[in-house]
Design a protein around this ligand. Structure first.
Ligand code: PGA
Ligand code: ZN
Length: 434
C-alpha cells in the first residue's frame, strides 16, 4: 500500500505559451508530476478541454476552473487512496464527473491526476514507468517505436488555411531507435539547407511541432519531393518512408475538401491519395478524410488498405465507442492514440487494446501544444505499440520524448526490438487482452 499523501494542481504554460494543467502527486517515495498537452486541430468528438473563457486572462484560455476542480473536487476523494489503484482512481474521477464527455471536471483536470498517479504508481512499485504500464496493460515491454517525425508543418500548425498539416519521415530502414533518430536529425538539417538555398531565411521558419513551415511551398508534391531530396543528400535513399496527416477535417466544408484553390469530393480525395502513393514511398495516411465522412473512409480502406496504414485520429478520438464503429465498418486499420482526447490512462489503454485485438496498429501521439512531460515515450514502449508521432527532431517539447526513448532503449539493452519495416507486424501485441 502506498498512500497518496497530497495532490496539487496548478496552471503552467505549454509549448505555444498557452496555459495548461500541471499536477503533483506526493507519496512516501517523493513527488510525481504530470502536465497535460493541448491540440489545435482538435476533433469535434474529443472529451472536453475545460477553459475559463474569461477574456481578461490568457485570451479566454485560462485553466483555473480545471485546476480548482482537481484541488477541491478530486483531492478530497483521492488523497489517502493507494496510488497503484490506477483503474479505481480513474473510475472514481469518471464518477465524480458523471458525464460522457468529461463536461463537468474537464478532461484536462482528470488527465493531469491520472498521469501523475501513474508515475507515482510506478515509483511505489519500484519499476520504470514503461515497465509499470506494461503491467497495467498486460505485456512484457520490449518494442521501441518507429518514429513519425513531422519535418514540414502546414495547416493550423503553420498559420495556413486549407493545406496538408503534417509531412513526416519514418526511418524504417534503421537498425535501432537511436540510429533512426540520428538519421532523422541529419535529414532534417539537410532539409534546412535545401529550404534555405531555395527560399532564403524565411524557408526555415518553423511551425508548432518543430518542422519547417515554408509558406512558399503549398503543393504537397513539392514538399514531399524536397523531403526525398533531403533524404538522398543525407545518404538514406530507400531507408525512409513517408507518413502524412492531412488533418482533413480542417479543410472540409459542407461535403467538399479544399486544398489550396482545388476542391475535391470524398471519392476524389481517395483518388488523390492513390496517386500520391504511386509516386512517393508513403506508408501511412492519418485523417485523410473528415471526422464524420465514414463512407469515404470505407472507400479508402477498400482502395488502399492492404498496403497502406490508414490511421483515424479525429475520426476515433481515442474513444472505444468510435473505434468499435470503425472496426464494424472497416473504416481504417489503425488508431491514433492521444491521452487528452479521452482523459484517463485506463481509457487510453483500453483504446490501444481494442486496436491490437483487432490486429490494427495503434500510433501513440503528442499534441501540437506540448510540454516537457515525456509520458508518451513510456506509454508507447509499455504497450508494445511500435509507432510514435511526436514532431520534428527539434524543440525540447518534442525531443524530450525522443530522448526518453533513447534512454529506454539503453535500459532494455539486448531485449529491445526495433520493428523498422515491420512496424505493422503485430507479433508483440498484448498477451493478456482480458
Ligand atoms: P493537434 O494536431 O494536436 O493540433 O490536434 C495533431 C494531429 O492532428 O495529429
Ligand atoms: Zn492528426
Amino acid at each position: 500500500m502506498s498512500k497518496i499523501k497530497m495532490i496539487r494542481a496548478r496552471e503552467v504554460l505549454d509549448s505555444r505559451g498557452n496555459p495548461t494543467v500541471e499536477c503533483d502527486v506526493e507519496i512516501d517515495n517523493g513527488i510525481f508530476r504530470a502536465m497535460v498537452p493541448s491540440g489545435a486541430s482538435a476533433g469535434q468528438h474529443e472529451a472536453l478541454e475545460l477553459r475559463d473563457k474569461d477574456e481578461n486572462r490568457f485570451l479566454g484560455k485560462g485553466t483555473l476552473k480545471a485546476v480548482e476542480n482537481v484541488n477541491s473536487i478530486i483531492v478530497p476523494r483521492a488523497v489517502g487512496m493507494d496510488c497503484t489503484l490506477q483503474k479505481e482512481i480513474d473510475e472514481l474521477m469518471l464518477d465524480l464527473d458523471g458525464t460522457e464527455n468529461k463536461d463537468n471536471l474537464g478532461a484536462n483536470a482528470i488527465l493531469s491526476v491520472s498521469l501523475a498517479i501513474c508515475k507515482a504508481g510506478a515509483a511505489a512499485k519500484n519499476l520504470q514507468l514503461y515497465e509499470y504500464i506494461g503491467e497495467l496493460f498486460g505485456v512484457s515491454p520490449c518494442k521501441l517505436p518507429v518514429p513519425m517525425c513531422n519535418v514540414i508543418n502546414g495547416g493550423k500548425h503553420a498559420g495556413q488555411e486549407n493545406s496538408i498539416q503534417e509531412h513526416m519521415l519514418m526511418p524504417t530502414g534503421a537498425k535501432c531507435f537511436k540510429d533512426g533518430i540520428r538519421m532523422i536529425s541529419e535529414t532534417y538539417h539537410h532539409l534546412a539547407k535545401l529550404l534555405k538555398g531555395t527560399y532564403g531565411a524565411g524557408g526555415t521558419l518553423i511551425g508548432d511541432e518543430g518542422g519547417f513551415a515554408p509558406a512558399q511551398i503549398t503543393d504537397v508534391n513539392e514538399r514531399l519531393q524536397m523531403m526525398l531530396d533531403a533524404v538522398d543528400n543525407a545518404g538514406y535513399n530507400g531507408m525512409m518512408n513517408i507518413a502524412l496527416d492531412p488533418a482533413s477535417s480542417e479543410f472540409f466544408y459542407d461535403g467538399i475538401y479544399k486544398i489550396g484553390d482545388k476542391s475535391f469530393s470524398g471519392g476524389e480525395m481517395v483518388d488523390f491519395y492513390v496517386d500520391l502513393c504511386k509516386t512517393y514511398p508513403i506508408a501511412s495516411i492519418e485523417d485523410g478524410l473528415a471526422e464524420d465522412d465514414w463512407d469515404s473512409w470505407v472507400e479508402m480502406v477498400k482502395k488502399l488498405g492492404s498496403n497502406l496504414q490508414i490511421v483515424g485520429d479525429d475520426l476515433f478520438v481515442t474513444n472505444t465507442r468510435r473505434i468499435q464503429k470503425g472496426i464494424e465498418l472497416k473504416a481504417a486499420n489503425s488508431v491514433l492514440i492521444k491521452l487528452n482526447q479521452i482523459g484517463t490512462v485506463t481509457e487510453t489503454l483500453n483504446a490501444i487494446k481494442m486496436a491490437h485485438n483487432e490486429k490494427w496498429t495503434a500510433v501513440v501521439s503528442h499534441r501540437s501544444g506540448e510540454t516537457e512531460d515525456d509520458f508518451i515515450a513510456d506509454l508507447v514502449v509499455g504497450t508494445n505499440s511500435g509507432q510514435i508521432k511526436t514532431g520534428a527532431p527539434a524543440r525540447s517539447d518534442r525531443t524530450a520524448k525522443y530522448n526518453q526513448l533513447i534512454r529506454i532503449e539503453e535500459k532494455l539493452s539486448g531485449k529491445a526490438v526495433y520493428p523498422g519495416r515491420n512496424f505493422r507486424n503485430k507479433t508483440t501485441s498484448p498477451l493478456n487482452l482480458a
